[in-house]
Ligand binder design. Structure first.
Ligand SMILES: [Fe+2]
Length: 338
C-alpha cells in the first residue's frame, strides 16, 4: 500500500501545481497523543521552537519566539507543553525531526522513496518538521524557498495558497528570503485572496504547491498536528540559486535583475556565481537579526504566555480580519486538484 493516493495526472503535476492528496499517514501510531508527548521528550531540547502570534493576518511581524521554561527556568516536559498548546495560542515546531528521531526518519525516507518512484524526481535536502499548534493559531503570509508538502494528521486548518507569479511579492523580497537577509514573512493584503486557492485541510489529506507560492494558514478551533515536509528537486535548487544570485547582483553591484524578465541563457552563469560566493565567502551576510525568546510558559496556568519585562506584544483590540470561505472558483480548483 502506498502512503499517498496518486493518480497519473497528479504524478505528472507534482511540484508544478497546487495538489490535494489523500494519505495514509494520519493514523500512524507515531502521532497518537502519547506518542507525540514521548517524541517531544526525546527531541533535542535546544531545537524545539515555541512561538505565539498576534491575531490580525495583515499585521506584519507579530510572531514571537518563546522558551519551554518558566521564568524560574523550570522546564516544561512534553505533557505540559501539549497542555499549553491545548489551552493557549502556541505553535510548536520540531524542526528536522526526521534527522533526530529514527522512527520519523524512516517514515520520511519511505515518503521520499514513494515520491521518487511516482514522479521520477530526485529529492534533496529532505526535512520533516512536526507542527503541533493551538486552536485558532495562525501563520501569516509568507513563502518558503524549498518545495513543501503539508500533511494533516489531526485538526483542520484553512490554507490560503497564492500564485507565485501574480506579483504578490517583489524580486527584492524573495531574494531577501533566499539570502536569509529577512525571514519568510511578507506584507499581505486581503485583496490577494481573490486569487487564492483556499482549502480546509483535513486529517488524512496532504497539500503541496509550486515552489515559492506564498501562503498563510489559520487553524480551526481545535489542536492541529501537521507535518511540514520540505525538499528540493534539482529544478527547485536551480531556481533557488538563480534567486540567490539575483539578490547578490542587486546588493553587491546595484543591478536590477528580474526573475520574470532575465534571460534564461544567463542562468548557468548565475548558478556558478551563487555557488562560488557561498563557497568562497561563506554566503551572504545579511542583516537578519535572529528572533530572541521573549516569553516563558508556566505549567500551573497551561497556555498562559508570560512575556518578559518590557516586551510589548500585539494589541488584542485590533480588528480581526475574517478568513474568507472557499469561493466557488477556488472550491472547483480544489476539487479538481483533489
Ligand atoms: Fe510555509
Amino acid at each position: 500500500m502506498t502512503l499517498i493516493n496518486w493518480t497519473p495526472e497528479k504524478q505528472r503535476a507534482f511540484t508544478r501545481e497546487n495538489l490535494v492528496f489523500t494519505q495514509n499517514v494520519a493514523d500512524s501510531p507515531l502521532f497518537t497523543e502519547e506518542a507525540l508527548i514521548e517524541l517531544i521528550d526525546r527531541y533535542p531540547r535546544e531545537s524545539l521552537e515555541i512561538f505565539t502570534m498576534g491575531y490580525d493576518p495583515t499585521v506584519f511581524g507579530e510572531w514571537y519566539l518563546g522558551r519551554r521554561t518558566t521564568r524560574e527556568g523550570i522546564e516544561l516536559d512534553g505533557r505540559a507543553l501539549m497542555e499549553a498548546v491545548k489551552h493557549g495560542r502556541l505553535w510548536l515546531n520540531l524542526r528536522r525531526v526526521n534527522h533526530s528521531d529514527p522512527a520519523v526518519g524512516a517514515l520520511c525516507d519511505q515518503i521520499f522513496r514513494e515520491v521518487a518512484e511516482k514522479t521520477g524526481t530526485h529529492n534533496l535536502k529532505t526535512d520533516l518538521g512536526l507542527l503541533i499548534s493551538s486552536p485558532n493559531a495562525h501563520v501569516v503570509y509568507h513563502l518558503d524557498m524549498p518545495m513543501v508538502m503539508l500533511w494533516q494528521i489531526r485538526g483542520v486548518k484553512k490554507v490560503c495558497l497564492y500564485p507565485a507569479d501574480a506579483g504578490f511579492f517583489s524580486d527584492r523580497q524573495i531574494e531577501g528570503i533566499a539570502l536569509r537577509e529577512s525571514d519568510e514573512n511578507l506584507p499581505y493584503e486581503t485583496a490577494f485572496d481573490d486569487k487564492a486557492l483556499i482549502h480546509d485541510l483535513k486529517p488524512g489529506e496532504m497539500l503541496t504547491w509550486p515552489q515559492n507560492a506564498p501562503h498563510r494558514i489559520v487553524n480551526g478551533d481545535m489542536v492541529n498536528v501537521s507535518l511540514s515536509i520540505e525538499f528540493m528537486t534539482p529544478r527547485a535548487l536551480w531556481h533557488a540559486n538563480v534567486i540567490y544570485a539575483n539578490g547578490l547582483l542587486r546588493r553587491l553591484f546595484g543591478l536590477n535583475p528580474s526573475l520574470k524578465r532575465s534571460p534564461k541563457i544567463l542562468e548557468p552563469l548565475k548558478i556558478v556565481f551563487a555557488r562560488a560566493y557561498k563557497l568562497l565567502k561563506g554566503g551572504f551576510k545579511g542583516h537578519k537579526s535572529p528572533l530572541k525568546a521573549c516569553f516563558s510558559l508556566d505549567p500551573k496556568w497551561p497556555g498562559t504566555i508570560v512575556y518578559d519585562e518590557g516586551v510589548k506584544p500585539f494589541t488584542l483590540n485590533r480588528p480581526m480580519q475574517a478568513v474568507p470561505a472557499a469561493s466557488k472558483r477556488t472550491r472547483k480548483r480544489s476539487d479538481k486538484a483533489a
